[in-house]
Design a binder for this molecule. Structure first.
Ligand SMILES: Nc1ncnc2c1ncn2[C@@H]1O[C@H](COP(=O)(O)OP(=O)(O)OP(=O)(O)O)[C@@H](O)[C@H]1O
Ligand SMILES: [Mg+2]
Length: 367
């Protein structure tokens, strides 16, 4: 684990970086938020920076909020990802990404700042903020998953800085929104959740940079790997899977994997993303744990095949196997099923359910 660069709120309210020292890391609070415009950077916090410029940035409010809340909880040190990592230093950034889960885990308290949830002090509406809480952007982002899971104590705050509750008192709501079991929120070891379960937690979350969809999961799977921006999501996922495989030999979901290639499918020269349909499909197929089917129908040439291909391209790493069937007529469908049996047996020769299938048999015999 890389050493953490903390901010310190002095008694007079001034905020400075903690002197790098060899003594043990003091107790600290940690901020969890979603990135917005005008975030405060490490350079903005340096001693020679123009502080009036720094404090006039939109992102300053949450830094100040974190400092004040930490002080209220008796903590003079705190950490905010926007300004406590030197993002211009690729080595430092890589080390930070590989350490961040532990940094959240080791924090005395974690404050979740939700600018899209408003709660006025003493409002008569009771818990009117709950609806906004459920639909907060915070639940849709990749990085916030580990920020919810890793720390022991997670407190949620409204845009005004009013406390909404903690991950224990809001467990019911959080579970509803995230599908994360209560025992994971209570701090049960991540190793007691299958890889598949943990992957499901991240499924509907997104990140601004595509590779981050993978890098934000390193701590969740307890692996580390080099951070290579530009490698693309798919390659990063492959590397993540390799790391997971090394760690969880034998119980890895890859043991059910059947290779699938998209190379034989024609790709539209200028694919127009159909985000609405794609996310609807994803919601229908992944929003739950039961079996599901989505049927794409419409006139010939309307783009059904391309839509399916794009869906597979985006989500193939979330599946152990993907099969393509030709259902133009009965014969092609039968041939497709035979092809699937062949593929499964090729990858998993010991699959007992298919061992009685005679693949050399001619098509007519299936009728
Ligand atoms: N999203 C898209 N962006 C750009 N071009 C597209 C898109 N979807 C489809 N096309 C173009 O339209 C053509 C027909 O699309 P596609 O084969 O997906 O339709 P289909 O509904 O599956 O047709 P059929 O009913 O004949 O199977 C494609 O070859 C492609 O060139
Ligand atoms: Mg088609």
């Amino acid at each position: 684990m890389a050493s953490i660069r903390l901010l310190q709120r002095k008694l007079d309210g001034a905020i400075i970086f903690r002197e790098p020292a060899s003594d043990p890391i003091p107790a600290y609070a940690i901020l969890s938020h979603t990135w917005g415009n005008e975030e405060v950077t490490l350079q903005d916090m340096e001693a020679d920076a123009d502080r009036s410029k720094t404090t006039s940035k939109a992102g300053w409010a949450k830094v100040q909020f974190c400092a004040d809340q930490a002080a209220a909880d008796g903590l003079q040190y705190f950490w905010v990802d926007t300004c406590c990592i030197d993002k211009k230093n690729a080595v430092e950034l890589g080390a930070a990404i590989n350490s961040m889960f532990q940094w959240y885990q080791n924090a005395a308290r974690c404050y979740v700042y939700l600018p899209d949830v408003s709660k006025s002090e003493g409002a008569s509406g009771g818990r009117a903020w709950e609806e906004a809480f459920r639909t907060s952007r915070w639940f849709t982002r990749g990085w916030t998953l580990q920020e919810l899971i890793a720390p022991r104590m997670v407190d949620f705050f409204s845009a005004e800085g009013h406390r909404l509750g903690d991950k224990s008192s809001l467990a019911g709501e959080i579970q509803e929104v995230t599908d994360i079991l209560g025992r994971a929120l209570r701090g049960d070891a991540l190793s007691s959740f299958s890889i598949r379960e943990r992957r499901a937690w991240a499924e509907r979350r997104t990140t601004t940079v595509e590779e981050d969809e993978v890098y934000c999961l390193l701590g969740i799977f307890d692996v580390s790997m080099a951070v290579i921006y530009g490698e693309r999501r798919d390659r990063a996922f492959r590397r993540l899977e390799e790391e997971i495989h090394k760690l969880y030999k034998g119980i890895h979901f890859e043991q059910y994997a059947v290779g699938f290639s998209l190379s034989s499918f024609p790709e539209a020269a200028q694919f127009v993303a159909r985000e609405e349909e794609l996310s609807k499909m994803h919601e229908l197929l992944h929003g739950h744990s039961s079996r599901a089917a989505v049927v794409l129908h419409g006139l010939g040439g309307i783009g059904k095949t391309q839509l399916a291909v794009e869906y597979v391209r985006r989500h193939k790493e979330k599946h152990t196997a993907i099969f393509w069937l030709n259902a133009n007529d009965e014969d092609s469908l039968r041939l497709s099923y035979r092809g699937i049996a062949q593929q499964v047996l090729q990858c998993h020769p010991s699959t007992s359910v298919l061992s009685s299938v005679d693949l050399s048999i001619r098509l007519e015999h299936y009728r």
